[in-house]
Design a binder for this molecule. Structure first.
Ligand SMILES: [Zn+2]
Length: 111
């Protein structure tokens, strides 16, 4: 698939709303992920994974593991306004090869 230009992705990121977090109970994410929100699966008070749709527009479903002791894994934080940040960045080796951060609910593209 042809990649969308970086300036275009940055423009889209600038115009789209900040992403918030939806928490679902259980250890799996719903089949259909919302367009603009991140979804986190929480089971017994333990955060399992977080999912989002690839922000480049390719529609790819991305799932990041939050469990401790698993590699690779991510840290998630939500600020008082409900905006989500992920650490480290998300880098897809296949498909659209998107590389981005989620910071304060915004997609920050890397090149
Ligand atoms: Zn993509």
């Amino acid at each position: 698939m042809k990649r969308t230009p970086l300036w275009w992705r940055r423009l889209i990121a600038w115009f789209t709303p900040r992403r918030s977090l939806i928490v679902v109970e259980g250890d799996t994410l719903p089949k259909r992920l919302p367009l603009w929100s991140l979804v986190m699966a929480r089971d017994d008070g333990e955060d399992w994974s977080v999912g989002l749709r690839c922000p480049c527009g390719c529609g790819q479903r991305l799932e990041m593991i939050l469990l401790k002791g698993v590699k690779p894994r991510w840290d998630i934080s939500v600020d008082p306004k409900g905006h989500v940040s992920l650490h480290p960045s998300v880098w897809l080796r296949d498909g659209c090869k998107s590389h981005f951060w989620v910071k304060g609910g915004k997609i920050v593209w890397c090149e």
